[in-house]
Design a protein. Sequence first.
Length: 290
Amino acid sequence: MVFLLPLASAIIYPFASVFLKRAIGEGCGLLRTAFVSNMVLFMVFTCALPFNEKIPEWSHVGWALIAGLCFFGGQVFTFIAIRHGDVSIQSPMMGVKVIFVAFFSYILKPDEVPALIWIGSILAAAAIFLLGGASFKGFKENSKTVFWSLLACACFGGSDTLAGYRSSEFGEIPFIVIMVTVVAILSILMIPFFSSPLRSCPKKAIGFAALGGLAIGVQGLILNLSLAYLGQATAMNIIYSTRALWGVLIVWILGTVLGNNEAALHGNKIMFKRFAGALLLSISVIMVFL
């Protein structure tokens, strides 16, 4: 039963990408979609406060602030990747984050990085090629989505590494709450740069942006609280790595129902290549935890 929690997180995440893609497509725009999503994300993560039993060590708050900057960067680059390309590429690509976490961990504590990380990285590179189209022409067409997704993974990898190695000094849950508070504050600072007031956004678009933020927040909260209170980080992260597969399958099978036409547009052959890339990426992630 315990492992159903990371599985739930893995399945929920791709829905977030689909909803955010719809929000942008329905006329909310990049910045306003990011604002609504991030504010909902903030509200979801504050729900973790009742679980906190530790008084924050405020002398260590700096790491939480830096993690918040990294997380905000990850969010922004994710939205750019979603705007530029397909969810069935962007969502599985987020699995590369684990490779970045391993590399950043190597910088902090080289002795704790698994030996198979290098093989996993090679497999991840092959997986990215498959997700990008499995040809140089296809990869060129999807290069923007791949590029922005990798930047997002690097930022999220940085926030995850700091959370893993520095949050205990400050307090695990307060660390997360401060991190998303930074995201919320930076999101508010984006308001002057909106192309038009938020109230001019179609209600449908705002609804999808809110659903996207809710999905990101819920899956993140489930995973983080599971890791904090139930342990078994290796097994849970291996299960969570299947989100790469779900990212393709959900678009492939439920895309039409969710208002996403990627499968119909590209056909089964392309979707199968993306599924193969997602499978290879999941294997590369699993190797990081062996």
